[in-house]
Design a protein around this ligand. Structure first.
Ligand SMILES: Nc1ncnc2c1ncn2[C@@H]1O[C@H](COP(=O)(O)OP(=O)(O)O)[C@@H](O)[C@H]1O
Ligand SMILES: [Mg+2]
Length: 234
């Protein structure tokens, strides 16, 4: 990496790189503290950590909603943020009208229609375009939010405990779809998934712990699961 000013320029293969990033909210509390990590390739990357360890703040930084106080940050992907509660991000009455909000205005009507068909298909919701949002299950709402991210042309999904409010079947359907999007042969997505449910670690490509504002090394999901599971048993 070349350090140019306060930004990192890509010289290797990293898609995202953070070097010693720090950030404090205006009350002075340091929430990101010398946080360093990089993501070198598409895939499903999971982060676990206690409440208040800075996970959601990190996502705000990756999404461009807040500016670092110090350190170097580089991200070549186009992020979309997804929250625990899909009702906070679905705005219009039907699946189609909601998706229209995410679609670039430059497209023609027939291009829009094609894109809507494509993204609904990608999230396993073919034929749902005229369904009223209030008739969807929690899992379907999260999948529709995913479809919106895809329609917007995003290639980085920032998923902040997306299954926290879902039952196990819906949880699984969202996990399976994100996993599939991230393992697509032609055009794989990059997803960073924050979770409190350690059984979800089994689905990921790599996982790390966030603690007191910084991120530990990337491990396999299985290794981190075993590590946390043995601690839980003590
Ligand atoms: N908008 C904000 N203004 C001030 N403090 C905040 C704000 N958002 C989060 N915090 C504080 O930052 C700390 C870390 O929060 P957060 O990043 O949400 O952690 P996590 O997602 O790991 O639970 C908490 O102490 C929280 O109160
Ligand atoms: Mg959080």
């Amino acid at each position: 990496m070349l350090n140019i000013g306060n930004h990192l320029r890509k010289t290797q293969t990293n898609l995202i790189s953070l070097e010693k990033i720090s950030f404090s909210w205006p009350n002075g509390q340091k929430i990101l503290d010398n946080c360093s990590f990089s993501i070198s390739k598409p895939g499903l990357w999971m982060i676990v950590g206690k409440n208040g360890s800075g996970k959601s703040t990190l996502f705000r930084l990756l999404n461009g909603m807040i500016e670092k106080d110090s350190g170097n940050f580089y991200c070549e992907l186009r992020p979309s943020l997804m929250f625990q509660n899909p009702d906070h991000q679905l705005l219009l009455p039907t699946c189609k009208s909601d998706l229209m909000l995410s679609i670039p205005r430059s497209l023609t009507d027939s291009q829009r229609q094609k894109l809507i068909d494509k993204v609904l298909n990608q999230v396993g919701m073919k034929g749902f375009e005229s369904r009223p949002i209030h008739t969807l299950s929690g899992g379907q709402k999260q999948r529709l939010a995913l479809a919106g991210a895809l329609a917007s042309g995003s290639n980085l999904l920032l998923l902040d405990e997306p299954t926290a409010l879902l039952d196990p079947i819906s949880q699984n359907s969202v996990l399976e779809i994100v996993k599939e999007l991230c393992s697509d042969k032609k055009n794989p997505m990059t997803a960073i998934w924050i979770t409190h449910r350690i059984n979800e670690l089994k689905f990921c490509d790599s996982a790390a712990i966030m603690d007191k504002g910084s991120i530990g090394p990337w491990l396999t999901g299985e290794d981190l699961f075993n590590q946390l599971n043995s601690l839980a048993g003590r």
